[in-house]
Design a protein around this ligand. Structure first.
Ligand SMILES: [Zn+2]
Length: 109
């Protein structure tokens, strides 16, 4: 059992032996993106709705048009302004790690 954990042995002046056992750590920063920050705002996962720390969540950035593709051409023709460009919106979609790996947005953690 002791082989799997990191441990440190310390001997006292009165020959008392102390064994400190540390749990093994999977990731150096615990899956978070930024270290030494403390508390971070939590965001909702887009798929399952659980709360994830913002620096831990997987972010998917989408740039898409406001209007649906089928209607887009009709509005372009009907508009008074020549060469009218329909504005785009930028959306950030947040996913928790289990959803991001399951939906294959991100292969590695
Ligand atoms: Zn999720």
């Amino acid at each position: 059992m002791l082989l799997f954990y990191q441990y440190k042995i310390k001997v006292d002046i009165k020959n008392n032996i102390y064994i400190y056992i540390y749990m093994t750590k999977k990731r150096r920063n615990g899956g978070h993106r930024v270290r030494n920050r403390g508390r971070v705002i939590r965001v909702n996962c887009n798929n399952c709705g659980c709360r994830v720390a913002k620096d831990k969540a997987i972010i998917k950035k989408l740039n898409r048009c406001i209007i649906n593709g089928n209607i887009q051409k009709d509005i372009m023709d009907a508009s008074v302004i020549p060469n009218y460009i329909i504005p785009k919106i930028h959306i950030n979609e947040y996913y928790c790690i289990s959803c991001g790996v399951h939906m294959k947005i991100k292969q590695f953690r």
